[in-house]
Design a protein around this ligand. Structure first.
Ligand code: SF4
Length: 280
């Protein structure tokens, strides 16, 4: 989904249906050239997974940041490169004087990730997609990066789409959560519902699987038995049914999205038309 939003799907990927409206334009249905000129990095940018490891080892941080500006046709004489880079580095809590001339091997993991975030903010986008931005960082640096994203969301009015497999990261950052399972959005709920009263059995299992540091009971880590379905051979019906503790006969049919108090869940348990009688 994120790659579709940034118009960078691989050759074997395509958008089957749907729209993504930014500033009144459907960015999925405009010519690629228009998207590249008006929207890419200027309105919507992305921190790719593991991108801190792709900083170029032979160019200084400054040179790499200037390259981004050049590629996106920002002219130095219109908007001073050094001023943009300085502002972007300060926004992510780095000292421009000590950072710009350095190379990636001279930086810690946390600093590299801040550089990557600064790169994504260079053209002041209104939407930032952050794909697993804390992977491979120690817990303290993880916390700093999440705090940084949270601050940027509040101070820069940046809309952040945070992609993560770690639900414990999100409570203080996001307002709304889409839980994906096997390529489908199975629940779309506000953060309070996700944490305190999750609707979908998969969300419930995910929440239960978060280790509780205050628990005194041994062996309490919960996990979801079974494996994800093979996406190249999807059967009809609920995609979670082979692993769902509440599966029923009717789950062999594909569930609809049900609206519940502003949230949305894809599960037969919530379908008001269905009388639940038999276990799967
Ligand atoms: S539709 Fe059925 S199998 Fe799927 S999550 Fe709901 S109860 Fe479980």
């Amino acid at each position: 989904m994120a790659l579709a939003l940034i118009r960078s799907l691989p050759d074997n990927g395509y958008v089957l249906s749907g729209n993504a409206i930014i500033k009144g334009q459907d960015i999925l249905n405009i010519p690629q050239k228009v998207f590249d000129e008006i929207f890419r990095w200027k309105e919507i940018s992305m921190i790719f997974q593991g991108s801190m490891n792709s900083l170029d080892p032979v160019f200084s941080i400054e040179k790499q940041m200037k390259e981004i500006l050049k590629v996106h046709k920002i002219r130095d004489r219109d908007r001073n490169y050094n001023a943009i880079i300085k502002e972007s580095l300060i926004a992510v809590g780095l000292d421009p004087v000590s950072i710009t001339k350095r190379f990636q091997h001279e930086l810690s993991g946390g600093m590299k990730q801040r550089i990557v975030i600064a790169n994504s903010l260079l053209l002041e986008p209104s939407i930032l997609i952050a794909d697993e931005p804390t992977t491979a960082l120690d817990v303290i640096t993880q916390s700093q990066i999440i705090t940084l994203l949270k601050n940027m969301k509040n101070t820069k009015k940046l809309k952040i789409i945070l992609i993560t497999h770690d639900l414990s990261l999100i409570p203080n950052v996001v307002d709304k959560v889409i839980i994906m399972y096997a390529g489908q959005a199975v629940e779309i709920s506000d953060i309070n519902t996700i944490i305190n009263k999750p609707l979908h059995p998969y969300t419930q299992a995910l929440i239960k699987s978060i280790p509780n540091i205050t628990s005194t009971i041994k062996n309490t880590i919960q996990y979801i038995a079974g494996e994800s379905p093979n996406l190249s051979n999807i059967k009809q019906g609920c995609r979670f049914r082979d692993r769902c503790p509440q599966a029923m006969d009717i789950c062999e049919n594909t569930p609809q999205n049900i609206n519940i108090e502003g949230n949305q869940v894809k599960c037969w348990l919530y379908d008001p038309k269905i009388k639940i009688t038999k276990k799967y």
